[in-house]
Ligand binder design. Sequence first.
Ligand code: P6P
Length: 335
Amino acid sequence: MAALVTLSEFIMERQSDFPYASGDLSRLLSDIGIAGKIINHKVNKAGLQDILGAAGKTNVQGETQMKLDVFADDTLLNAMQWGGQVAGAGSEENEKYFAFDHEHCKKAKYVILFDPLDGSSNIDVNVSIGTIFSIFRRKSSIGDMATVNDFLQTGDEQVAAGYIIYGSSTMLVYTTGRGVNGFTLQPSIGEFFLSHPNMRIPEDGSIFSVNEGHINACSPGVQAYVSWCKASDKKTNRPYSARYIGSLVADFHRNLIKGGIYMYPGSSKSPEGKLRIQYECNPLAFIVEQAGGKASHGNGRIMEIKPTDLHQRSPLFIGSLKMVNKVEELIRTLG
Ligand code: P6P
C-alpha cells in the first residue's frame, strides 16, 4: 500500500525545491487548504442549512451572488488576513482589491487572486463547483500596503496556482511551477491526501466543452472547429464527445485527466468572452501548461496577457496541446 502523504507533508517536502524558501509559500498553500475544508463543509451541507439560493446582491460582474459565493469569499479573505502570508487579495466577487493593513500582512511577500466559488449558479442543482486561486510575488515594497500593480501581473509571473473542486469528492490540485499534483479530501478526518501525483494532460483528446447555444455568434474559425469535432470523418472515424457542465472547474478537471478542450470564445456580443484573466484563465493556464497542455486566447498564450484591469476578460481555449493547436490553426486561417 502506497504511503499516505498529506497536503501539509507534501508542501513541506517540496519546500526544498525552492532554495530560498522561508516557508511562507508553504504556509500560504496550507492556509488555502484550510479555507477549502471550511468551504467544502458548507457546500456539502448547503441543502440543509438555508444557505442555498441568492444572497440578494449582485457582484461586480453583475452576476447574482449566491449565499455560498459570499460565504466562500468571506472565508478565503479571513484565512488570508489571519494567515498573514499575503499583503492583499483580489476576488472575482469584489470590485476592488483588498490591501491588508495588519503589520504581518504588510511584511508578506505574496498577493493572491481568487474566484471563491466558480460555477456557483449550479449550487442549487447540485453540480460540482470550484475555488480557483493564483499567487504572485508582490511588486510593491515589503512593509508597505499592496498596490493595484501587484494584481495586474502577467500569468507568467505566477508563483503558484490551483483549484479546489467540490464534487463527488473534494480535490485540491495545484502547481508551484514544478509539475501538478492532486490531493483528495478524506472528510472523516479532514485531511487532503496525495491521490494524483504528477498529473499530465493527454496530448490529444476527444472531448470538447463549449456552450453551443452561443456558437452562431462566434468567429468562423471557432464554428469550424466545433463542426470538425462533430464530424465523423476523422481517422478515429468517430465524432468527439460534447461535455459541457456549465462549471469551468469541473469541465477543466475532467479534461485534465481524460484529455479534451474547454472553450469560452469571444462572440459578437462579448468579444472578450466571459471568463476573467486573473481569477480563472491565468491559474488554470499555469496548471495546464505545467501538465503538458496549452492555454490560448485564440492566437497566443493566455499567460502573456498583461492585464490593465482587475476584472479583465479574455476568450479561453484550454486543454490538450493538439486540440488547442487545431482551434488556433482554424482561427488563424478563417478568423
Ligand atoms: P455559460 C460559471 O459562471 C462560468 O464562469 C464557468 O464556470 C462556466 O464554464 C461558464 O461560466 C458557463 O457560462 O455562458 O455557458 O452559462
